[in-house]
Design a protein around this ligand. Structure first.
Ligand code: 0PR
Length: 377
């Protein structure tokens, strides 16, 4: 650190130079994040000094968290669900599995996750000393139920299903997984970090949330498709006793038994989540998700015109385009200033059509994709 500080103007100039090095979202198809809704920014600003870790000092912020959790509980099919706002999908997944594990006396347990699970589950294995057993996928890249079932034993503390997989946007058969979880008496955690603010607004009825009786906990991320500010995560439990197993003891705080993994927690994130959910309502989210799905289909239709097929028809707003050398295509597209990602198995170019995506950006991208593919022969 400097001995003597510099002026506000110099600080702001320094920040501006760095900010200009960051990319803007409009040529990004590789991210599950998006610029926050303008109302989220207003809310965030208003609450940026508040701390949910000491709610007695900030009862208004604490009430926003409670109401935001309540709105998500209702969205996920069980208004009485309880939980808290986390820093994102990783924390929510860690805490859901920790709550499940803490219900058992042994500490050498395992969890069964699909091979498509997010890498946060590998961290969970390390942090909680659990064996992470990975079940095969079927041809549609959903978990293979018999593979999952075969991995469950008497040391299994949770089965995990994904509603909106990171790589392919697929939704696991949560209903059928529920039957398995009930048969074996294990927790069923659903990772809907991405899909939580998508699937409730899709056409058709997907039984994947708390309406499936065996689902014990759900991860849902407002800082992805919820258009809230980062860090905004959500974790919900069906039963208060599962949440209670996360409690620590902090007698000097205004909340004696905090449940979150982190201590100090941003009230600004709670305000942003509350603001977006109240402002958009279900109708607003339906419109946003509808637009992202229309763009996903536009992307697939355009890719087909240049001879590229999707790995699966998009179930959520993730498009994966099958090709032999997605890394090479990604590099060529990068030269044209597009940010895309790739998958390894099966090999594909991965594109996420987020609220910041537009028909214009999709069409411009498709032009470049067609050209790149043609040049590569
Ligand atoms: N569960 C699922 C299904 C996810 O897709 C993700 C993250 C997580 C859990 C973990 O969530 P947090 O990152 O909030 O802890 N999915 C994205 C990914 O890893 C996150 C992301 C977002 C990555 C924007 C890059 C990016 O630019 O790909």
């Amino acid at each position: 650190m400097r001995d003597q500080g510099i002026s506000e103007e110099e600080v702001m100039e320094g920040l501006q130079r760095m900010r200009e090095r960051d990319l803007s979202y409009h040529r990004i198809f590789s991210s599950m994040c998006t610029p926050p809704h303008p109302i989220a920014l207003l809310a965030h600003e208003k609450f940026q000094e508040t701390n949910l870790g000491d709610p007695g000092l900030f009862p208004g912020s604490a009430e926003l968290e409670l109401q935001a959790v309540g709105m998500m509980a209702e969205l996920l099919g069980y208004p009485d669900a309880c939980g808290y706002l986390s820093t994102g999908g990783t924390e929510s997944n860690i805490q859901a599995i920790r709550a499940a594990r803490n219900g058992y006396s042994f500490r050498d347990g395992n969890i069964v996750v699909p091979k498509s699970a997010h890498f946060s589950f590998d961290k969970i294995g390390d942090l909680l000393s659990l064996d992470i057993r990975k079940a095969d996928l079927d041809d549609d890249l959903k978990v293979d139920l018999s593979s999952a079932e075969s991995l469950i034993d008497d040391k299994t503390v949770s089965l995990v299903g994904i509603a909106g997989t990171t790589e392919f946007g697929q939704i696991d058969p949560i209903d059928e997984m529920g039957e398995i979880a009930a048969d074996y008496g294990v927790h069923l955690h659903v990772d809907a970090a991405f899909g939580g603010f998508v699937i409730p607004f899709l056409e058709g009825d997907w039984r994947w949330d708390f309406r499936v009786e065996a689902v014990t906990s759900i991860t849902i991320d407002p800082h992805k498709m919820g258009m809230a500010t980062i860090p905004g995560g959500g974790l919900l439990f069906r039963r208060p006793e599962d949440l209670e197993r996360l409690a620590a003891y902090a007698p000097y705080l205004t909340l004696a038994r905090p449940k979150a993994l982190t201590g100090t927690r941003s009230g600004a994130a709670a305000a942003a989540i509350w603001a977006v959910m109240n402002h958009l309502g279900k109708a607003g989210f339906k419109e946003v998700v509808g637009r992202c799905m229309d763009l996903s289909r536009r992307m697939v239709d355009g890719a087909r015109k240049v001879g590229i097929e999707p790995v699966i028809e998009p179930v959520t707003n993730v498009v994966t385009l099958r090709m032999d050398d997605p890394e090479g295509v990604r590099a060529d597209l990068l030269e044209r200033r597009w940010r895309v990602s790739t998958t390894r198995s099966p090999k594909a170019l991965r594109l996420i059509l987020m609220p910041h995506s537009t028909a214009e950006s999709v069409d411009l991208f498709l032009e470049d994709l067609g050209d790149v593919v043609k040049r590569r022969g």
